[in-house]
Design a protein around this ligand. Structure first.
Ligand SMILES: Nc1ncnc2c1ncn2[C@@H]1O[C@H](COP(=O)(O)OP(=O)(O)OP(=O)(O)O)[C@@H](O)[C@H]1O
Ligand SMILES: [Mg+2]
Length: 225
């Protein structure tokens, strides 16, 4: 068996009940190889975000199991799951969720503080992370003074605060024009080369074409490639 950093077995997720029951995932068996660049594609409403939430440990399945880096999440308490998530997964969403009143560096410092990095180390580490995403010169800019692509790169730097092995992203370039998308993709490809497992949902066939590992979701199931 290959080395899967994330694995699901007969994963199901249902929302609501009775007349409003939605079977968002209907038995997903998935292995995401460590160090891969994985793209998840599929039509709207077919379960991609649900799958991302489950494999990131943000939500629990209705049935089946999720194994994150060897840890079965169903055996963990809420606290244990939060700790696993914090150490293993960096999240980036379509809307950058940056704090508008803070500078780029301060946004990252906040994440470092939450990650328990000592205060004296927060600033230098934030600057290192900004350098990694090519934004050293924007450390003191607030999100409103940055382009969409730049904001998304700050969000990626923030997701790297804990140095997680996995970056999980739900349409990280969904809100960007093609130039900004290219900037973000270049950063992600660089991080992947440095060993991060990158998992992203995308509607872009161009991005999907560059994925080393392509996962197609349809009707809450994985389609054979
Ligand atoms: N919190 C929720 N409560 C009830 N139903 C939900 C919830 N979240 C998602 N769903 C339903 O589950 C199904 C899958 O939704 P999901 O968000 O996973 O789709 P998606 O593939 O990410 O779509 P999109 O490409 O539009 O983002 C949809 O029918 C959706 O309406
Ligand atoms: Mg979605």
């Amino acid at each position: 068996m290959s080395d899967a950093i994330i694995k699901t077995v007969q994963l199901t997720k249902e929302y609501g009940r009775g007349a409003t029951l939605t079977r968002a995932l209907r038995g997903v068996d998935l292995e995401i190889p460590r160090g891969s660049f994985t793209c998840i594609i599929g039509p709207s409403g077919h379960g991609k975000s649900t799958l991302m939430h489950l494999i990131g440990g943000l939500d629990r399945p209705s049935g089946g199991s999720v194994i994150i880096d060897g840890q079965q999440i169903s055996s963990l308490s809420e606290k244990g799951l939060a700790a696993l998530r914090a150490s293993k997964i960096g999240f980036v969403f379509q809307f950058f969720n940056l704090l508008q009143s803070l500078t780029a560096a301060e946004n990252i410092e906040t994440a470092l503080m939450l990650a328990g990095v000592p205060e004296a180390k927060q600033k230098p580490r934030a600057l290192e992370l900004l350098e990694l995403v090519g934004l050293s010169e924007k450390a003191d800019s607030k999100p409103g003074q940055l382009s969409g692509g730049q904001q998304q790169r700050v969000a990626i730097a923030r997701a790297l605060a804990n140095d997680p092995p996995v970056l999980l992203m739900d349409e990280p370039t969904g809100n960007l024009d093609s130039a900004a998308e290219a900037e973000v993709m270049a950063v992600l490809e660089e991080l992947n080369k440095k060993g991060k497992t990158v998992i992203l949902v995308t509607h872009s066939s161009e991005i999907a074409a560059r994925a080393g590992n392509l996962v197609r979701v349809r009707d809450g199931q994985i389609e054979a490639a």
